[in-house]
Design a protein around this ligand. Structure first.
Ligand code: GDP
Length: 295
């Protein structure tokens, strides 16, 4: 995960980690390299610039050059700042409501259906919840089939209405069904498009208004870098969602989405997807991720 970024940051700290006297010039050079590493990871220019500015201010504030081990302190300052950049705290999902209604949003191919299954499985096994998965992609019968396959695999019931092409109605009916059948979590998988368009936004917004979910999650493919951030912004403007799900972190992703999304939409990353299997889901911990990046 983020191997390229880790390597570049490691190289950036090379001089500071060496012996010999460390000067202000060394620190400035290191920060420049850190900024370059962030830009290479597809972090937005402004975010990268502000990042190094904050680290520099802290380094000056803590009189880094006079400390016993300036190299170690600089690594710590960068690690703390990376943690902050990714949201600081771990934020869980709201399981209130009866039933808890969770709405999935995002583009087609981002991993919504897969993640809906993973989350259902997670809630079922870790939180002993009775989960209902709901297929609301009325345009692609294959999407409903895919959800049904996932449901069978994890032993979770799937609600779908063949022939009904009104996703608002389907989700409302599904919630009624859940109440009548002892389900306390309803996960609604919605239709995505290949790019943001008005029709999709109106549809998801209508579902959102009609069912007032406890959690609205935005699912995004971490491989898409700055596009991921722009899409997040477009969905957040419409839905004011509660959290981000970053998928495909097992791939060769550069890290830009993970590092930028929080500061752009000011919403926490709640879970990550690390593979195609139902078990490949992790709660997102900004501090552990920063630790991982800095090795
Ligand atoms: P949707 O269109 O948003 O519902 O996306 P899907 O759930 O169908 O996922 C699109 C593709 O991405 C599928 O082939 C999934 O197996 C794959 N996928 C989803 N999440 C992950 C992940 O975390 N890692 C990897 N490697 N593949 C994933």
């Amino acid at each position: 995960m983020f191997n390229n970024l880790s390597d570049k940051l490691d190289k950036a700290f090379h001089v500071l980690k060496g012996h010999g006297k460390i000067t202000e010039v060394n620190v400035a050079e290191t920060l420049k390299e850190v900024r370059r590493a962030l830009l290479d990871a597809d972090v937005n220019f402004k975010i990268a610039k502000e990042f190094t500015k904050r680290v520099k201010e802290k380094a000056i504030g803590q009189d880094v050059l006079t400390t016993l081990n300036p190299g170690q302190l600089m690594v710590k300052l960068v690690k703390d700042e990376l943690t902050e950049l990714m949201g600081g705290e771990t934020v869980g999902i709201n399981l209130g409501g009866s039933p808890t209604v969770i709405l999935m949003s995002g583009l087609q191919g981002s991993g919504k259906t897969t993640f809906s299954g993973k989350l259902a499985n997670y809630l079922k096994t870790k939180k002993t919840k009775q989960v209902l998965l709901v297929g609301c992609d009325v345009y692609r019968p294959a999407a409903i089939n895919q959800l049904q396959v996932v449901g069978e695999q994890i032993g979770v019931e799937v609600y779908a209405e063949v022939g009904n092409n009104n996703p608002v109605e389907i989700s409302q009916n599904a919630i009624k069904y859940a109440k009548a059948n002892g389900k306390n979590v309803v996960i609604i998988d919605t239709a995505g498009r290949l790019a943001v368009d008005d029709e999709m936004m109106t549809e998801i917004s209508n579902i959102h208004k009609a069912i007032e979910p406890q959690e609205t999650l935005f699912v995004v493919d971490s491989m898409t870098g700055q596009d991921a951030v722009n899409t997040a912004k477009a969905f957040n403007d419409i839905l004011n969602f509660d959290g981000v799900i970053l998928t495909k972190l097992d791939g060769d992703t550069r890290g830009g989405a993970a590092l930028s999304i929080k500061s752009v939409v000011n919403k926490p990353i709640k879970f990550i997807g690390t593979g195609e299997k139902m078990e490949a889901i992790d709660v997102f911990h900004p501090d552990r991720m920063a630790e991982r990046i800095l090795g």
